[in-house]
Ligand binder design. Structure first.
Ligand SMILES: [Fe+2]
Length: 184
């Protein structure tokens, strides 16, 4: 099975469970699966690299490869619910309120490897990797657009959420099978 099929299976399993899955609860479950694909994640010295994993009816799963300092714009998710897990490295997340139509810093958090961030539908935030990092993102429904904000001029535009690489990099990849060391 490739990575996309594994993710699809995990989502389908959880959809029939006793508790409705959230992007954050699924992000936690999928982090260990995603770990196996870390060595395939691509980086670019000019921009963080968004990798598609699964774009489904209700869900979107994506992985981002970051170099240190590749900051996102301040953005909202247009009402979409999200969950993020840091798979490697350290990312700072800043969250904002909008008291007078301008973003105002409300919270700044250092998120090390393994940390989980739940992004509600009204979250306004930006991410700043401190080192080379990889993060796993899950959205419901799929995140197809984002609202872009400027710290001094407020809301700027609605921008399409795009991918920097094709789905052959992660979604269609099959991880090398890890075999347990023989017990002596
Ligand atoms: Fe975001």
């Amino acid at each position: 099975m490739n990575f996309s099929e594994i993710v699809r299976e995990v989502l389908a399993e959880h959809a029939v469970g006793p508790e409705r899955p959230t992007p954050a609860s699924l992000a936690r479950c999928l982090a260990s699966e995603a770990d196996r694909y870390l060595e395939r994640v691509r980086f670019d010295p000019h921009h963080y690299v968004r990798h598609p994993v699964l774009l489904w009816e209700d869900w979107e799963v994506m992985v981002i490869g970051w170099e240190a300092g590749q900051i996102t714009p301040i953005h909202d998710h247009r009402g979409v619910l999200g969950g993020m897990v840091i798979l490697s490295g350290t990312v700072v997340e800043e969250r904002f309120t909008v008291p007078k139509e301008l973003p105002q810093l409300a919270d700044s958090r250092v998120r090390p490897e393994g940390d989980l961030s739940e992004t509600g539908p009204t979250v306004l935030h930006r991410l700043m990797p401190r080192s080379r990092s990889v993060s796993l993102h899950i959205y419901r429904p799929p995140l197809r657009t984002m609202g872009i904000w400027d710290p001094r001029e407020g809301f700027q535009e609605i921008r399409a959420s795009t991918f920097e690489v094709g789905d052959e990099v992660l979604a269609r990849a099959v991880a090398a099978r890890t075999t347990a060391a023989p017990v002596a």
